[in-house]
Design a protein around this ligand. Sequence first.
Ligand code: IPE
Ligand code: IPE
Ligand code: MG
Length: 246
Amino acid sequence: VDLKTRIDPENLPSHIAIIMDGNGRWAKKHARPRIFGHRNGVKAVREVTEAAAEIGIKYLTLYAFSTENWKRPRVEVNALMKLLVETLHKEVATMMENDIKLQAIGDIEKLPKPTYLALLEGINTTKNNQKMTLNLALNYSARWEILEAVKGIVRDIQTTDMEVMDINSELFSQYLSTKKVPDPELLIRTSGENRVSNFLLWQIAYAELYFSPIFWPEFRKKHLYEAILDYQSRERRFGKTSEQLV
Ligand code: IPE
Ligand code: IPE
Ligand code: MG
C-alpha cells in the first residue's frame, strides 16, 4: 500500500513536533555503545525531514537534547555535542538544496562553543529558505521556556506601558521561543515511552499525541506517513461536540 498517496493534502498538520527517543535501547539491542544509536538516529532525522518537506509540512520541531540530558554520563554528552557539530556541517548543504530553514529553541548559548557556533552558522546560512522550517530543540526544557516568558512579561510591565490586564494566551505565546510558529497539531514520540518529558508544554495544549513503539534509529518515512494518517483519522473537537463540527 502506498501510504503517502492516502494522505489528505487539505488536512495536513502545519507543525509536527517529535520526541526522538530510543537511540540507546536500539544500540543496546545491537550490542553497541549508546553513541552508535545516536549516530544512526541521524539517518532517521534526514528521512523524516525530507518526508515532511516533500508532503508540505511547514514546521518540524525535533527534540534533540533536553536540559535534563546534561545529567547523562559525560562521554555520552560530549559525543552527542560532537555529533551535532558534524551533522550540522554536513547537512547544511542538503538543507540549502531542499529549501529548508534551520532554527533552534532552547538555552542554546549554554551549549559547548563549537556546537553553538555550528548551529548559528547553519541558521544564518539557511535563513532565506522557505519550504519548511526545521526547528531543533537543544538544551530545551518547556518549564525553562515558560519561566523565561514570565520574566520577559514582568520586565515589559515594569519598563513599558504594558499592563497586567494585557496578559492573555496570545500575548503569552509571543514571549515563548516559538512565537512566530503555530502550535504543533501533532506530537510524535518514538520508542514506546508515553510521556512528554518537559517538551513544548504550553504549545501542545491541544496537540494530537501519537506514540510509536519504533526506536528512533529505525523510524522511516513510512512511519511518519502512518502518524499523519492516524492524525487525519481523528476528530479534533476543541471542547465542542461532534455534532457542532459538521
Ligand atoms: C533519544 O534517545 C536521544 C536523546 C535523548 C539525545 P535516548 O538516548 O534517550 O535513548 P534511550 O531512551 O536510552 O533508548
Ligand atoms: C527526551 O528523551 C529528550 C529528547 C528526546 C532529546 P529522554 O530519553 O531524555 O526522556 P526521559 O528522560 O526518558 O523522559
Ligand atoms: Mg530516552
